[in-house]
Design a protein around this ligand. Structure first.
Ligand SMILES: *Cc1c(COP(=O)(O)O)cnc(C)c1O
Length: 356
């Protein structure tokens, strides 16, 4: 039987994505060949690339003047590519955790970084609100969903600067007003595809404004010009991404997905808030992620945390151990996770609580 998969990433994929990928591994596009062994220059794969870009744009309602790229290197390479391509003098960053800090570290290699606010004082359990972005920055960068701490900024911020966001772990979980952004990026391995491909949505006229020389492979313009085919792209993850996008369209698009995601998150947060044993690590409801739900046991039950993980594991749940920086538990409720898995976790929590 399939496990209840709460892993934070790589994470659960839709059954549709897995099955269609498996078929293509055996016989891709009736070529009598596996997707693993075909040329990325074949017309069959070019069709996959074209359809993936088109469907990505359609589902996210990406306006004219933007390119969608599928690159290697993970979101972590974007931490450096963004400032290399976009930072002339100074950029503003919001520090909301480990991933944001890693982005800040890379940006400092290319210019001045103004950290406009940080939630480090409370181990990143909230989203800073009252910060001011200086008018003279090249851009403002933030992480929309903080995968490790379970905080999320679900509204496109209004800061009066060019916007750049790492949306690795909440892309396709809410409508985004793309026109407010110069660039959005993310690793695919949370809501889109198996690991190995990184998506980048970039406004074409935001490029070409820095003076430094940029290595060819690290220059967004190279990939815009070549349609992500300058070199060999991650063929298999792109094929899988297309299957996920088809599945999302079948579900009714992002607005429908968002409703399901909110329902799943509410079910779990309500169970945590109503429990005597468990407590959410993010107190402010507005800051709570609908993708990664972090919680711990109250101090008087703390020694039972390990036992609860074993209890949940026996019931077929995987991936609920919290990140080492937070402890306790983290249940990732990505788009592909069915409500049934959330219900199973809630039932396990109630049963465990009754037992003690
Ligand atoms: C997972 C994650 C990353 C890291 O992605 P890689 O593809 O492993 O480099 C970066 N940012 C966020 C918000 C993430 O969740």
């Amino acid at each position: 039987m399939k496990k209840h998969n709460f892993y934070a990433g790589p994470s659960i994929m839709s059954q549709f994505t897995i099955e269609e990928t498996a078929k293509a591994v055996h016989n891709f596009a009736d070529m009598g060949l596996s997707i693993l062994e075909i040329s990325h220059r074949s017309k069959q794969f070019q069709a996959v690339m074209d359809e993936t870009v088109a469907l990505f744009k359609e589902l996210l309602e990406i306006p004219e003047g933007y390119s969608v790229l599928f690159l290697g290197g993970g979101a972590s390479l974007q931490f450096a590519m963004v400032p290399m391509n976009m930072l002339s003098k100074k950029a503003a960053y919001l520090d909301t955790g480990v991933w944001a800090s890693k982005a800040i570290k890379e940006a400092k290699l290319f210019g001045d970084v103004d950290i406009v606010a940080s939630s480090k004082d409370k181990n990143y359990t909230y989203i800073p609100k009252d910060f001011v972005v200086p008018a003279d920055v090249d851009y403002f960068h933030y992480t929309s969903n903080n995968t490790i701490y379970g905080t999320e900024l679900r509204k496109d911020p209004e800061v009066g600067a060019r916007l750049i966001a790492d949306m690795s772990s909440d892309i396709f979980s809410r409508p985004v007003d793309i026109s407010k952004y110069d660039l959005i990026y993310g690793g695919a391995q949370k809501n889109l595809a198996p690991s190995g491909v990184t998506f980048v949505i970039v406004k074409d006229d935001a490029l070409g404004h820095v003076d430094r020389p940029i290595p060819t492979m690290l220059d967004y313009r190279t990939h815009v010009k070549k349609g992500s085919m300058f070199n060999t792209p991650p063929v298999l993850p792109i094929f899988s991404a297309l299957q996920t996008l088809k599945y999302y369209k079948q579900l009714g698009g992002i607005r429908e997905i968002e409703k399901m995601d909110i329902a799943k998150a509410e079910t779990l947060y309500n169970a945590i808030d109503g429990s005597k044993m468990f407590v959410a690590t993010v107190p402010n409801h507005e800051d709570r992620s609908i993708m990664n739900v972090c919680f711990v046991m109250k101090p008087e039950y703390k020694e039972l945390e390990k036992e609860f993980i074993d209890f949940a594991t026996e019931k077929g749940m995987v991936g609920i151990k919290g990140h080492r920086d937070v402890g306790g538990f983290r249940a990732s409720l990505y788009n592909a996770l069915p409500m049934e898995s959330v219900n199973a976790l809630v039932a396990a929590m109630k049963e465990f609580e009754a037992k003690h």
